[in-house]
Design a protein around this ligand. Structure first.
Ligand code: FDA
Length: 285
């Protein structure tokens, strides 16, 4: 019963279990004026063959997005591609996906996972950029003290970066423990990124941060083709519609698949009220 209730709860944040379910949801989001960042659920893969299978599934996803004419790119996790086994394997799998995406004119973003992955993720990002892939971006997390320096160091490659507050539990030695400090760091990071030469995806459901960003954008006349807003599937739909109606590009990050558990747990941790929502599901299942 508990497992069924958890699954029902997860459904709010997960855009279907199969690629066919997902395509239907992406089309509906596109029809409502949203772009999509597609992800296949899964992370921490520890078997080499499984990482090859994930790579093949991402290529299949890219092919399907293209053949269906959908406005959707891809976001993935390096531990899904084998980063926990070794860095070279993850980089090879990523390069294979990037090469396929390039033939379809599509783009791939590397999500940022917990702090143990940050150095390797940035190294791999730089390596694929140096290898000539321009259709790749990554993510920076405002809660880490190191992030402004990481952003400055990436400036030379004019990166496409998604900025987030950060979703993992990190020690106070490396990350702001207080939410108000994270919120302030996030606003500073948005300004720093928008002033640099790259493309910025501002990923948040925080009204105050969005207001701060739009004021900064207006004051500094940042062109519309230099940034977008991103939000998660199933989170604050009215806010998603409002930001879109103000004329901004809004991309919805939508994951699909069966391995929803760790993703769902992070979404629960972000908002205590989600736990109440879950408990209600547990009792009604
Ligand atoms: P904040 O937590 O202050 O929330 C603002 C408002 O939104 C609150 O009022 C709250 O009610 C509502 N809200 C936020 N999260 C909610 C939820 N789960 N359910 C319901 N309501 C919610 N992190 C990371 O470490 N690596 C990554 O690669 C990514 N990628 C990513 C992509 C996209 C498109 C988004 C939007 C977010 C991520 N994240 C992420 C997650 C991010 O780090 C952060 O944990 C969440 O976005 C929550 O922070 P907010 O900025 O929304 O602010």
């Amino acid at each position: 019963m508990a497992a069924k209730g958890l699954k029902l709860g997860a459904r709010r944040f997960v855009a279907g279990e199969t690629l066919d379910d997902f395509v239907t949801i992406v089309r509906a989001l596109n029809d409502a004026g949203f772009l999509v960042a597609s992800a296949i659920l899964g992370e921490e893969v520890s078997v080499v063959e499984e990482t090859r299978d994930v790579t093949a599934r991402y290529k299949e996803l890219l092919t399907r997005l293209s053949s269906e004419g959908l406005k959707a790119n891809v976001a993935l996790k390096l531990t899904h591609l084998g980063l926990g086994i070794n860095e070279k394997l993850a980089a090879e799998n990523l390069s294979e996906i990037l090469a396929h995406a390039a033939t379809l004119g599509n783009f791939v973003r590397i999500d940022m996972e917990d702090s143990a992955c940050v150095d390797a993720t940035l190294r791999i990002f730089r390596a694929v950029r140096s290898a000539g892939f321009t259709n790749v971006g990554t993510v920076l997390q405002a809660y880490l003290y190191r992030t402004p320096a990481d952003l400055a160091a990436l400036g030379d490659c004019c990166p496409n970066l998604r900025l987030v507050k950060g979703a993992y539990l990190e020690p106070a030695s490396i990350a702001f423990p207080k939410k108000s400090d994270v919120d302030a760091a996030f606003k500073r990071l948005i300004e720093q990124a928008l002033q640099s030469g790259g493309y910025t995806a501002i990923a948040t459901h925080d009204d105050d941060a969005i207001r701060h960003a739009t004021e900064f954008i207006r004051k500094n006349a940042i062109p519309l083709d230099r940034f977008e807003f991103q939000m998660l599937y199933g989170v604050r739909r009215a806010l998603q519609a409002r930001v879109r109606s103000e004329g901004y590009t809004v991309r919805i990050a939508a994951p699909f698949g069966r391995e929803w558990y760790p993703y769902f747990m992070r979404r629960l941790a972000e908002r205590p009220a989600n736990l109440l929502f879950l408990v209600r599901n547990l009792f009604h299942s």
